[in-house]
Structure formats: structure tokens, C-alpha cells
Design a protein around this ligand. Structure first.
Ligand code: NAD
Length: 432
């Protein structure tokens, strides 16, 4: 799976490089991560035994600024996966013009097997091991799969102890009480909502006429589902890891959120007392959700969900990638042939890293913004980048083959990265 991620990312880079005004030197540079660190983290477990965990941190490219990317706690974490995700972050930060390069980190484990005490010792141990590799001007981690604000708080705390000074800007996604930004926890879903609204306005579509299915009802998926519901879209299906629910008449998303919180499971949502009789629904699998006859499909759970195997069965006209890498490169080609408009992760879910940037700016200036300020900056910045990518796709609409929004987003990112790399000298410059 990791190999697929990196291969897919490289294929997309190659495709975009044809159209981007960058030198061969720049594409050569982007083939290799700048620095990769593998560490062993010894942790004293609650029963007195010692367990050693393997962790990684990769800084892929820092041409445009200190590197930025999340820390993942997951059994599948490997150096390959972390390098691929760091590559991805490099493009995401450039696509939305953040002054950051790309990085990623992770520890190979199932965090659900650890007690809270063990998790805290592990998080602090990880920072002990990578402290010289990160820093507010060097590399700034954030939460990712199975890490959260509290873990970021422990990590910031540990880094501050090691450096002997309070350093909130070393990590983002912290609790608000420890220097986190207002609006960070809803930023990814909110940013994705603005991208979707901008694109639907370009297509002259009315929310009331559009049906939506959302795979993954977590932090990102539940926020966008709720915003779409409030804006008048008919959200007909949502799911979590245990399955989904579907109602052609549309689901009441605030109710779903409320019952999901109480029951911790999507399929319990409409099987509880009065709600059962209020909304008609069917239980569906995640595979069925992906192939529903809806206008808009939002994969917001995991990577590699739409592949060459099921791409032909997709009926949605628009796909917005809220998850990282939910559509493989093979599936891209099939969807393009079917005329599906796909809006890529490096733009759609960039609201999260954008508000992480806001958090870093606030930590460094010591001046904290209101929620309105955060949300209005997020809206204007992500809408501007979406417009630019849309114009780029229009500009190339007569190219043969026509370029997709994904390629347009990569061209956009690559132009910024290429310019920064080429401004340090190219073969043509030195030979002239
Ligand atoms: P999360 O853990 O809050 O939610 C994930 C959701 O997906 C959960 O509801 C889970 O039950 C569900 N899920 C898991 N396996 C599933 C499956 N097989 N089918 C359907 N649903 C499944 O995670 P999140 O923060 O919302 O992240 C979701 C995706 O968005 C990830 O790909 C993540 O990398 C990406 N993303 C998140 C952020 C962020 O700020 N949260 C930023 C950028 C990208």
C-alpha cells in the first residue's frame, strides 16, 4: 500500500511536470526526501516491562520554508509510508501557498492497546528522540491518524522542557488552552466545504438540487456533512468504519451527529426509539455508499477506496477528496474517461494545514485571533487558490488530452516549488 501511494504521487507529478514551467533539475530534486530519521523509543509499560517502539520523521523538501506534516500512530506506519505522505505534504503546502515544505512522522503501533499513561510516555519519548530534527523554524509536526490535541500538548510540553523555554510554535493542533488556534478542529471540513461551494457555483449548480454521500463521519467528514446540510444540500448517505445509513429523502445531519456521539456507531443512529420512526433509512455497506447514484461523493475516511476495481461503478458526477489519497492513479484514468469531475486532496483537505499555519503565526506573534478571524481568513485564502486552480484547468481545457483538476492542482503547486528551486540556480544559469 505505501508503495502505491508513492508511485501514484510520482505518476501525478510526472503528468503535471509536462505543463509546469520548471527545470529538469527541480523535478530531479523532488524525487528524493531531504532527510529521514528512524528512531527507537523505549517505553516503560504499566506492568513494569519495557517495550521498544519504532518511529520515523521525514522532512521531504524545505525549499519554501520549514517543513510541516502530521504524526500518525498506526500499525501500518513504515518509512515508505511516511516518505510518501511527506512528499504529499510538500505539494499540499505549495498548492495553497503556505510558507512551508512537507514532512510527516509516525510510530508503528496500535495505540488502542496502550493505556493513557503509556501513550503519554510514548509521545514524550518520541519527542526526546526527534527533538534535534524538529523546531519552529525547522519542522513543525501536527496531529494525524490516531493522534489528537492532547498528544500534541504533551509533545509541545516535552520539546519545551528539552529546549529550556516555552516553544508553542514547534507543533500545531494543540489544545486551545496551550496555544492552539480556534477553528483548527473544524478547519479541514470547513475548507473542503468552501472548495465545494466555489466549484458548484462555477458549474451553476444549486445546493437544493444536489444529493451527497459522505464516506467517513469523523473529524473531517462530519464537519463537511453538517455544513452541506445547513447550506441546503441533500446529504443522503453517511458512514463510519462499521457501515453506513442511506435515505433518498435526505438525512438530518445534526441528529446523526447527536446519536453517533451517544451510540459511537453509525448504524445505531436510526435504530433508537423515536429517531427510527422519524427518518426512513436503509443500512448500507461502505462499498455500496461509494457506488450510490448521487451527484457528489465525498470520501473522507481512508486512502485507496476508489480503485481500478470499483471506479467503473461510481455514479457520482463530482468527487471531492477530503481523505488523503482515497482515489488511486489507475482509478483517476477511469473516472476521467467517464467524465467525473474530481477535486484533489491537496486542495480539498488543505484547510487543516492552512489553519495550522495560522496557529504557528499566532504562536510566534503572541497575538491570538477570534474564531471569526480564523474562519474568514480560511475562507478567503482557500477560495482564492480554488479559483486559480479552476482557471488553470480552463486554460488547458483545449489541451490534448484535457487536464484534470488534479493535474491543474499539481501544476499550480509545482510552479511554486519549481520557481523556488530554480531561483537557487539551474543548469542553464550556470552554463550561461
Ligand atoms: P477521524 O479518525 O476523525 O475519522 C475517520 C472516520 O472514518 C471515522 O468515522 C471512521 O469510523 C471512518 N472510517 C474508518 N474506516 C472506514 C471505512 N473502511 N469506511 C468508512 N469509514 C471508515 O479522521 P479524520 O481526521 O476525519 O481524517 C479522515 C481523513 O481525512 C484521513 O484520510 C485524513 O488523513 C484526512 N485529513 C484529515 C485532516 C484533519 O485535519 N482531520 C486534515 C487533512 C486530511
Amino acid at each position: 500500500m505505501p508503495a502505491t501511494l508513492l508511485t501514484d504521487a510520482s505518476r501525478r507529478l510526472k503528468k503535471a511536470a509536462i505543463y509546469a514551467p520548471i527545470s529538469d533539475d527541480a523535478t530531479e530534486r523532488l524525487k528524493f526526501p531531504k532527510a529521514s530519521l528512524k528512531v527507537a523509543i523505549p517505553v516503560r509499560m504499566d506492568n513494569g516491562s519495557l517495550r521498544v517502539f519504532e518511529g520515523y520523521r521525514v522532512r521531504y523538501d524545505d525549499t519554501r520554508g520549514p517543513t510541516k506534516g502530521g504524526i500518525r500512530f498506526h500499525p501500518n506506519v513504515s518509512l515508505d509510508e511516511v516518505q510518501s505522505l511527506a512528499f504529499w505534504m510538500t505539494f499540499k503546502c505549495a498548492a495553497v501557498n503556505l510558507p512551508f515544505g512537507g514532512a510527516k512522522g509516525g510510530i508503528t503501533l496500535n495505540p488502542k492497546e496502550l493505556s493513557k499513561f503509556e501513550l503519554e510516555r510514548l509521545s514524550r519519548g518520541y519527542i526526546n528522540a526527534i527533538a534535534q530534527f524538529i523546531g519552529p523554524d525547522l519542522d513543525i509536526p501536527a496531529p494525524d491518524v490516531y493522534t489528537n490535541a492532547m498528544i500534541m500538548g504533551w509533545m509541545m510540553d516535552q520539546y519545551s522542557i528539552i529546549k529550556g523555554k516555552r516553544s508553542p510554535a514547534v507543533i500545531t493542533g494543540k489544545p486551545v488552552s496551550m496555544g492552539g488556534s480556534l477553528g483548527r478542529n473544524t478547519a479541514t471540513g470547513t475548507g473542503a466545504f468552501h472548495v465545494l461551494q466555489t466549484m458548484m457555483a462555477k458549474a451553476n449548480k444549486n445546493p437544493e438540487d444536489l444529493t451527497v454521500a459522505v464516506q467517513g463521519f469523523g473529524n473531517a467528514g462530519s464537519v463537511i456533512a453538517n455544513l452541506l446540510f445547513q447550506a441546503g444540500y441533500k446529504v443522503v448517505a453517511v458512514s463510519d468504519s462499521k457501515g453506513g445509513i442511506y435515505s433518498p429523502k435526505g438525512l438530518n445531519i445534526p441528529d446523526v451527529q447527536k446519536f453517533k456521539k451517544e451510540q459511537q456507531e453509525m448504524q445505531a443512529v436510526y435504530c433508537k426509539d423515536t429517531v427510527c420512526s422519524i427518518v426512513e433509512h436503509d443500512n448500507i455497506t461502505n462499498e455500496e455508499l461509494l457506488t450510490l447514484d448521487v451527484d457528489i461523493l465525498i470520501p473522507a475516511a481512508l486512502e485507496n477506496q476508489i480503485t481500478a476495481e470499483n471506479a467503473n461503478s461510481i455514479k457520482a458526477r463530482y468527487i471531492f477528496e477530503v481523505a488523503n489519497g482515497p482515489v488511486t492513479a489507475d482509478a483517476d484514468a477511469i473516472l476521467e474517461d467517464k467524465g467525473v469531475s474530481l477535486f484533489p486532496d491537496i486542495l480539498v483537505n488543505a484547510g487543516g494545514v492552512m489553519v495550522s499555519h495560522f496557529e504557528w503565526v499566532q504562536n510566534r506573534s503572541g497575538l491570538y485571533w477570534t474564531l471569526d478571524e480564523v474562519n474568514s481568513r480560511l475562507r478567503s485564502r482557500i477560495t482564492e487558490e480554488t479559483e486559480t486552480i479552476w482557471h488553470l484547468a480552463q486554460k488547458h481545457s483545449h489541451s490534448n488530452p484535457k487536464i484534470s483538476f488534479r493535474t491543474a492542482a499539481y501544476i499550480h503547486a509545482l510552479s511554486r516549488l519549481g520557481e523556488a528551486l530554480d531561483d537557487r540556480g539551474t543548469r542553464a544559469y550556470y552554463n550561461s
